[in-house]
Ligand binder design. Structure first.
Ligand code: PLP
Length: 427
């Protein structure tokens, strides 16, 4: 797969290079120069998830990677299902939270880990990432125990939930965690400084594993095929999919799936009160506001860094602006949507409820709606318990992590400390 930098079209890279570099020159993201349509999508939809995903990825990456390599990476990454649950006559929920850290980020994180383990060929790799919650856990679990790869995670002390924190700080081994006295922005600033530090970068082989990485998006393309495959055959051409969106990586993957031939009729990218994209679509003015804190905190993003990829497909006419919806759902409506779903017999956390609400607004009578459940309700137990007045039991993976000891070391929000710690431990 050939890719080009959306901010500097001269810069062209292979998939392997794009995975290893992450971001291009001038902070530009990479995008495929060409997305060819798949042949015989109907036959593909009859295959099982892992076999079909290997075929979809072979279609995209077969010019660079052997069939065996791709099949091995898919088998290693996709070890849990993505069931479609019927919620009403024309409403379904795609549950993406059955992985080890109970959020959809396991799909992309685990496939990216397979890619880097494969492409680094024994060179040293250090994944350095700052987390405000879900990404840290997904990345830590995905890379845990991988040879020649170390993971360093920074998080703001006391600012993420105990469940989120214990999912990655209790692993040990090649996963090194620091609890920083400061905010998430302080953590991100330290990570940014590390990536400008050429000595550190080359000595440790730094990579960020953030949601900009193209390998994560291509992994996510696969579960949209799995969603449509689970609809009754006669309804497979009628899908309207709603994606709860923050950085717009997930909806970008849905659009790529549509561009290569998956019959997605309509797409909704629903946001919380951080509504830069819905306002942009209405006014054509890009005017990010300050980021607001919401119940759906994984979507508290006002400058979505995958938007340029989505806009490229819309501007090129690969997906029609007329079939793309984006609404913002406020805090109060998020809560009433959770209650409404609960009355329909479906338990949802805030991100999932937002996807449902956005879908309801635009779903046509003759379409089949699919909204994405991006996290397990127990991951947001505090909100779910108080809004729905219940005491949700903890799933086993979370209960086990909560019982273990946190191995993170304290650190002040100071880059020189991080640099020293990393060189001492990993240099
Ligand atoms: C990351 C995340 C999102 C947002 O996904 P994007 O790809 O950033 O748009 C939605 N829900 C949950 C639970 C998440 O962790």
């Amino acid at each position: 797969m050939q890719l080009y930098n959306l901010k500097d079209h001269e810069q062209q890279v292979s998939f392997v290079e794009a995975v290893k570099t992450g971001l291009g020159r001038n902070q530009g993201v990479f995008f495929p120069t060409h997305l060819a349509p798949l042949e015989d999508v109907d036959a593909l939809l009859d295959l099982d998830f892992v076999t079909r995903s290997a075929k979809v990825l072979r279609h995209l990456l077969g010019d660079e990677l052997s069939d065996e390599t791709i099949a091995g990476m898919v088998e290693g990454a996709f070890t849990f299902p993505a069931p479609l649950v019927k919620v009403a006559d024309n409403m379904h929920c795609l549950e993406l939270f059955h992985g080890p850290t109970l959020a959809f980020k396991d799909f992309g994180g685990r496939f990216m880990a397979q890619c880097l383990a494969q492409f680094s060929q024994g060179e040293k790799v250090t994944i350095l990432t700052a987390t405000s919650g879900d990404t840290g856990a997904a990345v830590a679990h995905a890379f845990y125990g991988k040879e020649n790869i170390d993971v360093v995670i920074l998080y703001p002390e006391g600012k993420i939930s105990l469940a989120q924190q214990k999912l990655f700080t209790t692993l040990g081994g090649n996963v090194h965690c620091y609890s920083v006295t400061g905010s998430f922005d302080d953590c991100q600033a330290m990570v940014k400084e590390a990536f400008l530090d050429d000595e550190l970068k080359t000595r440790l082989g730094l990579n960020s594993a953030n949601s900009i990485n193209i390998s994560r998006l291509l992994a996510q393309v696969c579960y949209y095929f799995e969603a449509v495959a689970q609809l009754p055959k006669a309804q497979r051409s009628k899908a309207h999919i709603s994606v709860p969106s923050g950085n717009f990586g997930n909806v970008c993957a849905a659009m790529i799936a549509a561009v290569i031939g998956l019959p997605i009729q309509k797409l909704s990218a629903t946001t919380n009160q951080n509504d830069t994209v819905p306002r942009f679509l209405a006014s054509k003015q890009w005017q990010p506001n300050d980021t607001l804190e919401s119940l759906s905190n994984a979507m508290d993003v006002s400058r979505p860094n995958n938007w340029p990829r989505v806009q490229t497909m819309l501007d090129n006419g690969d997906f029609s602006y007329g079939d793309f919806f984006s609404h913002a759902v406020d805090e109060q409506t998020t809560q009433s949507a959770m209650k409404e779903l609960n009355e329909m017999g479906y338990l949802a956390e805030p991100h999932t409820a937002i996807a449902y609400e956005g879908l309801k607004a635009d779903l046509a009578d003759d379409h089949q709606g699919i909204f994405l459940a991006t996290a397990h309700p127990a991951k947001f137990k505090e909100s779910v318990d108080s809004i729905l007045d219940m005491d949700l039991p903890m799933p086993q993976a979370l209960a086990e992590a909560l019982a273990k000891q946190c191995l993170a070391q304290p650190m002040s929000a100071d880059y020189t400390q991080l640099r020293e710690a990393m060189l001492n431990k990993l240099g």
